[in-house]
Design a protein around this ligand. Structure first.
Ligand code: 48F
Length: 262
């Protein structure tokens, strides 16, 4: 068979646009492909939900690749170690209830399994705004990351979603733009983003799970975005809370989708 560059190009264009077209109307749109977003997307896709992840960067994975200060090992506690083992990641005991795993193995495994479960990844795509109808977020406004980084004056496209998962990590970008452009209040004590506090791993790991919930009708927060939204501490390179939060948000969203369908 002789290779034809035009056929190669056509295959890419056709496949990409059929994928994008199919994802213009979603059950769940996940913003940010860090550990919490990828695990949530995987679990919801496993349930048969139509899920897409929108990730600004070229590589999915967020802050997990670099471990702590670029030392590419992560630390998790027992419950999260069990999640990783269940995904086939090799986990090693580090004593006194701590476990370690290779951060590249963890990140690559999460990305691979989320894809294989059926979640569709759109990397190099930034979420720049939301759709709001009757005090509920009903979708996202997306654009190419190079348009954003170059400051090009190019209008975006929109995606409808029955639920949005805010998994943008520390910056909490979905809720920030929602608040900036609309006269709305979040389901927090202050009505706004309470804000992330300095490092306190012990409390942060516990509160991440409690903070994983709906922050505005249609928007569920997970991972560091959950702690930033409801005002808890950062925890650094211990990733148990991120994984448990990803699992939890998937359960909450699945329950919501099922209840709304009933
Ligand atoms: O930051 P990130 O890894 O989020 P996470 O799942 O995990 C946090 C940990 O990595 C670590 C930590 C835990 O110990 O403190 O920081 O909460 O991944 C967030 C992803 O969201 C992308 C961003 O590029 C990153 O990959 N992202 C952020 N804003 C947008 C976005 C946006 N507006 N549109 C698309 N992607």
């Amino acid at each position: 068979m002789s290779l034809d560059e035009i056929q190669i190009s056509r295959a890419i264009v056709d496949r990409y646009f059929s994928k994008l077209s199919d994802c213009l109307d979603l059950d769940v749109a996940v913003v940010g492909a860090g550990p919490s977003g990828m695990l949530a997307a995987m679990r919801l896709a496993e349930k048969g939900r139509k899920v897409a992840l929108f990730e600004r960067k070229l590589a999915p994975g967020g802050g997990m690749w670099g471990g702590g200060m670029m030392f590419n090992e992560i630390v998790v506690q027992e419950a999260a170690a069990e999640i990783l083992k269940g995904l086939g990641v090799r986990v090693r005991e580090a004593g006194e209830g701590y476990f370690t795993a290779d951060s590249v193995e963890c990140t690559a495994t999460l990305a691979s399994l989320a894809c294989r479960a059926g979640a569709r990844f759109f990397n190099l795509v930034s979420v720049e705004d939301v759709l709001v109808r009757e005090n509920r977020v009903t979708g996202l406004v997306i654009n190419w990351t190079p348009v954003e980084t170059q400051g090009l004056h190019v209008d975006p496209l929109s995606v409808r979603a029955r639920c949005v998962i805010e998994a943008t990590g520390h910056p909490t970008e979905v809720l920030k733009v929602l608040l900036r452009k609309n006269d709305v209040r979040l389901l927090t004590e202050t009505g706004g983003i309470v804000g992330e506090r300095s490092m306190w791993a012990d409390i942060a790991e516990t509160t991440t799970l409690a903070n994983t919930r709906e922050a505005f009708p249609g928007v569920f927060v997970t991972g560091m975005a959950a702690n930033a939204t409801f005002g808890s501490f950062r925890m650094g390179p211990i990733f148990g809370g991120m994984l448990l939060s990803g699992e939890r948000v998937a359960e909450l969203v699945e329950a919501r989708l099922a209840a709304e369908a009933a």
